[in-house]
Design a protein around this ligand. Structure first.
Ligand code: FMN
Length: 212
């Protein structure tokens, strides 16, 4: 087992350009816990609606646990070979966090009672609408996911985001509470082979100016 610190230090632009989905990893590479924590901290610095921070990071590094993910991820070998698999969870009850955050802010004197009450009632009001909890969980956890991949790249590690897994089996295997929905898996590690080249549509196809 080798512990590496694949530090690269890239600018944001360099990290965006250098990131590609890597599916083949050197096995038995251990990411130093400090580096992994830095990557997760950077991911957690993502913006979120009302700052509710709808993401949780279920981190799997034990080889036996990564191997157990193989059938759940339809045999996609990267879950077993990468150094870590992070299951990004979205919080379906982030309104509860809102209450905690604004109560703490009130106690710390950083918001007034009026602001606290307005924010809590706004959040609770939004969460009475059925689609909101899931939309917000997916939307906001998606932002943290992207940030995690760029942070990993900036520190010299590669990733692949994955939606190809059996949700029911994953929830069962990892005892994921009902409050959280698995948004995606991200593998992190050192590339054993480069990513497949991919192209992007031109701006002429992507950009709509002013109105359709
Ligand atoms: C939500 C999401 C789910 C994905 N699921 C998988 C997956 O299950 N397995 C896989 O190998 N790649 C998966 N990918 C990676 C995409 O295939 C890849 O991002 C895309 O082809 C562009 O390539 P690039 O990431 O190298 O730029 C997924 C990407 C996203 C954003």
């Amino acid at each position: 087992m080798s512990q590496t610190n694949a530090s690269a230090v890239l600018s944001v632009e360099e990290a965006i350009q250098a990131r590609h989905s890597v599916r083949q990893y050197k096995r038995d590479v251990v990411i130093p816990q400090e580096t992994l924590n830095e990557i997760l901290e950077l991911a957690a610095a993502a913006p979120s609606s009302w700052n509710l921070q709808h993401w949780r990071f279920l981190v799997i590094q034990e080889q036996a646990n990564k191997d157990a993910l193989l059938p759940i991820a339809y045999g996609q070998k990267q879950v077993s070979d990468a150094s870590a698999v992070v299951v990004i969870l979205g919080d379906l009850q982030a309104n509860l966090t809102g209450r905690e955050l604004f109560d703490a802010a009130l106690e710390a004197g950083s918001v007034s009672q009026e602001v606290r009450d307005t924010m809590v009632s706004q959040i609770d009001g939004a969460y009475t609408m059925e689609h909101v909890a899931r939309d917000e969980a997916n939307r906001n956890a998606g932002l943290a996911s992207m940030q995690l991949m760029l942070a990993a790249k900036a520190k010299g590690y590669d990733t692949v985001p994955m939606g190809g897994f059996n949700r029911t089996k994953l929830v069962e295997a990892l005892n994921i509470p009902e409050r959280f929905t698995p948004v995606m898996m991200i593998t992190i590690g050192e590339a054993a082979a480069p990513a497949r080249p991919t192209a992007r549509m031109p701006l002429s196809q992507l950009v709509i100016n002013e109105t359709f």
